[in-house]
Ligand binder design. Sequence first.
Ligand code: FEO
Length: 395
Amino acid sequence: MNTQLFENVDWVGYVDWAVRDFHGYMTRRGATYNAYLIRDRKTALIDTVKGPYAGKLLERVAALADPATIDYVVCNHAEPDHSSGLPAVLEKAPRATVVCSEKCREILAAYYAVSGWRFKTVKTGDELALGARTLRFVETPMAHWPDSMFTYLVEDRLLFSMDAFGQHYASSNRFDDEVALDEVMQEAATYYANILMLYGKQVGKALDVGAGLEIAMIAPSHGVIWRSHIDRIVAAYRDWSVLRPKPKVLVVYDTMWQSTEAMAKAIMDGANEFRTENKLIYIRSSDVTEIATEVLTAAGLAFGSSTLNMTLMPMAAATLAYLEGLRPKGKAAFAFGSYGWGSGGPEAVNGWLEKMKLEILNAPIRAKFRPDEKVLAECRAAGRALAKRALEIAG
Ligand code: FEO
């Protein structure tokens, strides 16, 4: 495995092949926690890894330099997937100073017993000379947490971008030109949708800062390092940060006795009369991670749930609560679903769509027990209207 970014700049992270659930995010291709070692007159470690893998990080460091010689540990972001290895690393690097933003220091102090730690807090524009190389810091609040920061290795034009541009993607290869690019872009979209979608404005600001830097390589905290396809991932981030939609319709549903499913399929039939990309997702054959990823670029969303106990079904409720938190704006939508003696499912879905401030195209479409031909015709017509509106929104 090639782990060298530049001479004396090496990846020393951990590839987590087994993880499939990252705080509810379904990591179907595993994950990596990236850390990087820079050896100069001073030695700097950029980030650490998840706590259980700190020993593996220290083994990688030890193959290059005695961990006791580390002068600085830069903590770009205090979320525990990057910082929970810090206490174990500092035990083996007793002379190291933790370099981080003031916010990061506050969060680290909340998570760990930091009384014996040496800190150097930095802000945008501050630099730290390592010898022939220089670290420059750029605060990027809310991309992903208030403490988040980029670190730029000036002479190599290397941006350590923390969560930004990351992907949950386990691989024996470290660089974007050594892996299947479409797979990595898919995982980058999944990462953006599930981790950063609601922080689009702040991501846009971070992109503006990045545009002011000459960049030869982007080394995120997760997944592969970008060196051959920087333009492609930056362009994708530009689109995602403003939620630029595609001419795409999503029909998402949960169903008890296939009535809502029949309605979903009729909506698809209507949408399929247009040249939009249309996808049908049965919630219980999917997961919130995949659905959020599809929602990221959809211009139209039809969401259905049967009625259960006078409200929507539990997986539909969980999906809508998750989506609402991610703030997927700028889409046309409507609700649909079946009921028996007391309705509530489609109405509750409609309430969530309103809460998300989506453009509601029509009142919830409802079917009593089974959708008859009249209801199915209404579903087909709504599918057509949704596809037409999706084309307009996507321009
Ligand atoms: Fe990979 Fe926001 O932590």
